[in-house]
Design a protein around this ligand. Structure first.
Ligand code: SF4
Length: 340
């Protein structure tokens, strides 16, 4: 595979996208961008990354940031556990490593939320260390380049590809890793494959056999689980109750009360009465749907007016919009919630 190094690096130099996080080679900015880019496309990440780095410019600022602010900065990116892990990671770096991302793999991989890919990406790009960073893009490119019969869903394949890349890493391993990922993101894409623009097509096995669409070999996608919920938004017409979701998807995120089935308005009123709050009336809100990675939620919703909110955490409209950092799953109800 050594033959791909030079053409790939030359191609990357001329064709790389102008991405905000490529302007700063500190371990901190690489880490923040890599965590944001997991499951989210570069264009969507851009404004979040800029805002995040402005507000929290280093590990210390992140470690000391309060959770409300953190979730607000992350609001819309989804996968909030990534934000929490990132903050835990910053705390560990401050407490155990004098504020500096560790320079060796064995220490770095112990950090909260840091997997093999992120570890390789940060170590190679920030410190020029010879570690591969194998993400989905890289797996796809290699699978096609080698016309590999290996299933890329398997951890063993990942290890095999990683070792192959580490054998050919040049003096600037971080740039090589980025180039390989860029090729996967812009040329050797999942459905669209632009082989005529690819710098390594003359030695690509699947291209030479015109079998590139047969790769990569991978497991069939699992069907998403369909779930039904009723969202109960409780208000005294001044503030609205949002409490941390106790478990599952969106755990610890501010949420309305969730009943795991569709219920009628009368049952929603009873539910609120049983909480010890005096329910006065209910307003049915339009139904919504939200798609997560492994689940689809169909949601009914009621706004329940009560006399008093008791000791539950409650927020004004402005606080909900500006500070609360709620998931887009619930955000889609807000317009109706505040106007009906
Ligand atoms: S030649 Fe085509 S299939 Fe091969 S690596 Fe390039 S884009 Fe992918």
């Amino acid at each position: 595979m050594k033959e791909i190094t030079e053409p790939l690096l030359n191609w990357f130099k001329k064709n790389k996208r102008d991405l905000e996080w490529r302007k700063d080679s500190s371990a901190y900015s690489i880490l923040v961008s890599e965590i944001m880019l997991q499951q989210t496309k570069a264009q969507a990440v851009r404004p979040y990354y800029i805002r995040f780095i402005q507000e929290l410019p280093n590990f210390e600022a992140l470690a000391n940031c309060d959770d409300e602010k953190l979730l607000k900065l992350w609001e819309g990116l989804g996968y909030y556990s990534r934000a929490r892990n990132l903050k835990n990671c910053a705390k560990q770096i401050i407490n155990r490593h004098n504020g500096e991302f560790p320079k060796n793999y064995d220490e770095a991989i112990q950090l909260s939320g840091i997997g093999d890919y992120t570890c390789g990406a940060v170590l190679s790009r920030a410190y020029n260390l010879k570690y591969a960073a194998v993400d989905g893009n890289v797996l796809r490119v290699l699978s096609r380049y080698l016309a590999s019969p290996l299933n890329i869903s398997s951890a063993t394949t990942k290890t095999i590809f990683k070792k192959q890349i580490e054998k050919i890493l040049p003096q600037n391993p971080g740039i090589f890793n980025e180039a390989l990922m860029e090729l996967g993101a812009t040329i050797c894409m999942p459905k669209v494959i632009l082989c005529d623009q690819c710098p390594i097509h003359s030695t690509c096995k699947s291209f030479l056999k015109q079998t590139q669409h047969q790769y990569p070999i991978k497991n069939e996608k699992k069907e998403k689980k369909i779930l039904e919920y009723t969202c109960i938004f409780i208000t005294d017409n001044q503030k609205y109750i949002f409490t941390p979701k106790p478990d599952g998807v969106l755990k610890d995120m501010p949420a309305p009360f969730l009943i795991p089935s569709f219920i009628q308005g009368k049952e929603a009123l009873d539910f609120v009465d049983n909480m010890g709050l005096q329910a006065l009336r209910e307003i049915k809100l339009p139904e919504k749907r939200h798609i997560f990675t492994h689940q689809i939620w169909y949601m009914k919703a009621y706004k329940i007016i009560v006399k008093r909110l008791g000791n539950y955490p409650a927020y004004t409209e402005q606080e909900i919009i500006n500070n609360l950092g709620i998931s887009t799953c619930f955000k889609q109800f807000l317009k109706d919630l505040f106007t009906k």
